[in-house]
Design a protein. Structure first.
Length: 385
């Protein structure tokens, strides 16, 4: 390194030292808000710090720090230059890894990107403390530059991962809304004006989802959504067939584990339809008595469980669902059940078909409840529709 270059770097180090020292009060105020020793008030502290880090004057100060670090002190080979706001995120990661990185500070996996960001944040804060206390100034200036450089590298990876995660979540949200629309359109018992209102509400939700997608995904195109739906439907159909074939094969091979798991899932889903109240406890006791999965497992294991018992269980469950659903839905449910149960002969296909029917009915009731909640949130009285 030439003498001139050495002088330039030394000059930049001095500039960085001066600016880091001049913002000593900012630094101490932020650390007071973090207050790592007071984890009881972690929610309150996090809110206070988040509010503080949006202060325009503070952001301006950290823009100055960022400018010196990335435009003067660091070589040109830096991958990403942090803004003042992004530099401030170091304190969020340092003080609240549970919220900002979904990381348990006591059990952090330091090999992950989140773990590396957390370690860099700890190092930067620790070195900054030494600098403002005039300890090993030149050595610590070099160290803080290297750790900020390292932090910026991990930060951009983390942000891109987080961005991809958000995009995936939004695509899935849009798909679920699309499925709900398809189900509403195909529901025979829903009156046309009700359908129109529900579809309008779901359309508005989808517009908001697409608006967010465009924000995160610059190359967004509606054709991507169409392709996404086709692929998701294909995966769903393939998984659905494979799942029910496994149930069928297990029953054929006298292996009742998967069959019992799906019965337990059905029982749990029925209970989820009932709000938390005394009636739920009453229903749970009733289901535990008449829908005893452990007893059914023992019978299946001993080859003593009959198709007639299974059919009686399905009839009992239909009676429960009838009480939980809208009266206009009951007639259609009975008609559909009659169609698939007319040929009430013992067969593995009937085990599968009856269970699929019950799961679909539970889904219909859950969807009705969700739609009602949507209307209530929007202060729409269904009786005035």
């Amino acid at each position: 390194m030439t003498k001139e270059l050495n002088v330039l770097y030394f000059s930049n180090y001095i500039s960085l030292f001066k600016i880091l020292s001049s913002y000593k009060n900012n630094f101490n105020e932020i650390l007071d808000l973090i207050n790592k020793n007071n984890l009881k008030d972690i929610d309150k502290n996090f809110d206070k710090l988040s509010f503080k880090l949006h202060d325009k004057k503070l952001i301006k100060n950290f823009n100055n720090i960022s400018n010196i670090i990335f435009n003067k002190a660091i070589n040109k080979d830096i991958i990403y230059k942090l803004s003042g706001k992004e530099l401030l995120s170091i304190f969020i990661f340092y003080g609240f890894p549970e919220y900002s990185l979904e990381l348990d500070r006591d059990k952090a996996d330091l090999k992950t990107i989140q773990g590396k960001i957390y370690i860099c944040s700890i190092k930067i804060v620790s070195i900054w403390k030494e600098i403002i206390n005039n300890l090993n100034i030149l050595k610590n200036i070099r160290k803080i530059i290297e750790y900020v450089k390292l932090f910026s590298f991990y930060f951009v990876i983390h942000m891109n991962n987080d961005k991809m995660h958000k995009i995936n979540e939004l695509f899935q949200k849009w798909y679920e809304e699309e499925i709900t629309k398809d189900e509403v359109k195909n529901r025979k018992e829903i009156l046309e004006y009700e359908k129109k209102n529900l579809l309008s509400i779901i359309d508005d939700q989808q517009k908001n989802t697409i608006k967010l997608l465009k924000k995160f995904y610059k190359n967004f195109d509606n054709k991507i959504l169409e392709n996404y739906k086709v692929q998701c439907n294909l995966i769903k159909d393939t998984f659905d067939k494979a799942f029910w074939n496994i149930i069928k094969d297990d029953l054929q091979n006298n292996s009742p584990e998967s069959f019992i798991k799906i019965l337990q899932e059905l029982k749990k889903n029925i209970l989820h339809l009932v709000p938390e109240c005394n009636n739920k406890n009453k229903l749970k006791k009733e289901l535990d008595e008449y829908f005893d999965c452990e007893f059914i497992y023992k019978q299946l294991s001993g080859n003593s469980y009959t198709f007639k018992q299974f059919f009686n269980l399905c009839t009992y469950i239909l009676g429960i669902l009838e009480k939980l659903q809208a009266p206009k839905r009951t007639k259609l449910m009975k008609q559909e059940w009659k169609k698939i149960s007319d040929n009430n002969t013992e067969s593995l296909d009937n085990y599968k078909n009856y269970l699929k029917f019950l799961f679909n009915e539970v889904d219909f009731i859950r969807e009705d409840i969700n739609n009602l909640n949507i209307l209530n949130k929007l202060n729409i009285n269904i009786f005035n529709l």
